[in-house]
Each structure stands twice: as C-alpha cells, then as structure tokens.
Design a protein around this ligand. Structure first.
Ligand code: ZN
Length: 169
C-alpha cells in the first residue's frame, strides 16, 4: 500500500467524467488500498479516484462508524430531505463552504469483487456520498457555493458541531 499524490483544483483531471470500472482485479484492489492509505494520511472523510489521478468510477468514504466504504460504479438511487452544512475537499485544501445536500441518500454500488450492494445513510455520510459521486462526473462542491467561509466562520461552525472535528472530503 502507498500514499498517492492528491490532485488539487486547477488540474483539468478533476473536471473530467470518469469511466466505469470493468475489471475487478488486483490493479483495482491496489488502487482502493492506496486510496484508503491516502485518505487516512490526509485525515479526510472521502476520496474519489480522480483525486489521485485515476479516471475511474471508484470512491472511498469513511462513514460515521469510522469504517471505510468502497463504492465502485456508485449510483444514487434515493435521496430524501435536506441538510445544510460546511463542506471541504482534499483537492481544495484549507477551504470550506456551506452546501445544501439531501439528508438521506441511498447508493447502489459494487464492491471490490464486483458484487452489487446498497448503502443507505443519513447526515454527514449522506453528504459525503453526494460529494464523492460528483467528483466522478467532474464536479467539485465549490460549484454549489457563493463564497468560501472565513476562518472565523469555519471556527464558529465547527465549535457548534457536537463532534467539533473538521473533515475534508
Ligand atoms: Zn472532494
């Protein structure tokens, strides 16, 4: 396993549409393991393959039980409700913005062996699903915001959160 370099905003790779994963082979498993290492090292909540320069539909999400979810070829099949919250991105380091997302999101995806499964989550993990899946279509959360939060606003926002920990996706 290895830490990969995270691509930052301005690199056109982040604006490209990713191709589906078709081979559930060793190469994919190495990519997923490296993405987990990279995400853990960066202390983020989620990472999409294009963020490490790979234009394939694969994302890793660290859920609220601190477990890694591997979502290959993910599709949102249900979304419900609404939540507004601060969002960050490992490809837009050090910045945050308020984004409205559905409160509950159900995703259909394949695991690393190609088996289909569903993941149904609320709150921060649901937000993360939306954020990461957008990456696969070449979109960043910054498209949803009017402006970045100031340092004071970021501080106040996370002080208000029950678990006052910032996580960038
Ligand atoms: Zn991101």
């Amino acid at each position: 396993m290895a830490i990969r370099k995270i691509v930052v905003q301005g690199d056109s790779i982040l604006n490209k549409r990713c191709r589906p994963v078709t081979d559930f082979n060793r190469r994919l498993h190495i990519l997923l393991d490296d993405m987990k290492d990279t995400l853990a090292e960066a202390q983020g909540a989620g990472l999409a393959a294009p963020q490490v320069g790979i234009l394939r539909r694969a994302v890793i999400v660290l859920d609220d039980n601190e477990e890694f979810l591997e979502l290959i070829n993910p599709e949102i099949i249900l979304q419900e409700g609404e939540q507004e919250g601060a969002e960050g991105c490992l490809s837009v380091p050090g910045k945050w913005g308020m984004v409205t997302r559905p409160y509950r999101v159900k995703v259909r995806a394949q695991d690393r062996r190609g088996n289909w499964f569903e993941a149904d989550r609320e709150g921060v993990t649901a937000r993360c699903f939306c954020h990461e899946i957008e990456h696969l279509d070449g979109h960043l959360y910054v498209e949803h915001i009017d402006r970045f939060l100031t340092d004071e606003e970021v501080e106040a926002y996370f002080a208000e959160q029950e678990n006052a920990q910032g996580e960038e996706a």
